[in-house]
Design a protein around this ligand. Sequence first.
Ligand code: KG4
Ligand code: ZN
Length: 343
Amino acid sequence: MSKESKDIKILGIESSCDETAAAVVVNGRDVRSNVISSQIALHTLYGGVVPEIASRKHIEKINQVILQALQEANTELEEIDAIGVTYGPGLVGALLVGVAEAKAIAFAADKPLVGVHHIEGHISANYIEHKELEPPYLCLVISGGHTHLVVVKDYSHYEVIGKTRDDAAGEAYDKVARTIGLGYPGGPKIDKLAREGNPQALSFPRAMIDGAPYDFSFSGLKSAVLNYVNICQMKQEPMNEADIAASFQAAVVDVLVSKAMAAMEEFDFHKFAIAGGVAANSAIRQAFTQQCEKRGYQFYYPSPIYCTDNAAMIGAAAYYEYMSGVRHGWDLNAIPNLKLESR
Ligand code: KG4
Ligand code: ZN
């Protein structure tokens, strides 16, 4: 076999928040294993992610998760071409566990080390199931920590054209869920409950920002829901949680759709993708499917398992970084506020 056609096998590692994950991915698109150890049940007790507990759990789980990923892929460490790891953004203590582990494995096994931006990972999740998808395209990244409209100019080459000024989309979902007593993580619970509610029952604000058409703001929407719930409680009036969930979600969907579609038009793209935990939302997927169909755009979204945090997406992103020559040294550090464009 010639050198050019050799398959590149990446071991991806992800530990930026509350999932300890490892995966083996071939040529950036072919997932051989995808192991995720979720800490959700643990953090549910506290209503959200507790950073100290997250770091401790990552330490406990990471070796086991990596071994399982190699085993399920039927792969020996020697057959791996590079180790890809998320080094930011995220919780610093959580990131450090993955970065230290990746450096130790890369050093011991004499493998190249490739640091990956978590958002680049989310975007690259789209390559796994859409083998034909190639840049350039527009991607809306909606997760627990980020709401970014990103022009994907090329693999590893991004321009952020808009982001949230305050809460991320997932944060808004989680906070609204907590307000109406649904618990953590709120996104999937609101998604489900909203199906039983009327999205027009309550009128919540759709924030548009003067002079920044692609920036987002969800804190006003979150406060409006909170105020509505407080008023109902003060007046001892009954409230319909399903209507609240559906009306809140309708406001989120309207804002995401109108901004993303305006950017598609302005930048003259015909391919649109979504990524991140909130991209698993059924109403959001449905709204974009309809809008893209209407406009003749190709619409791409990952399966839910590749929307929320996982290491297959890190393996996919690491492949393209590796192919473009990126190699990190033993001084690779966790960077909690790493910027997508400044790497
Ligand atoms: O991408 P992710 O796993 O972690 C971050 O990088 O932040 O995203 C987690 C977020 C949480 O806020 C969670 O509530 C939200 O994704 N989420 C959803 C759904 N599934 C997960 N939000 C709305 N609808 C869903 N079905
Ligand atoms: Zn994430």
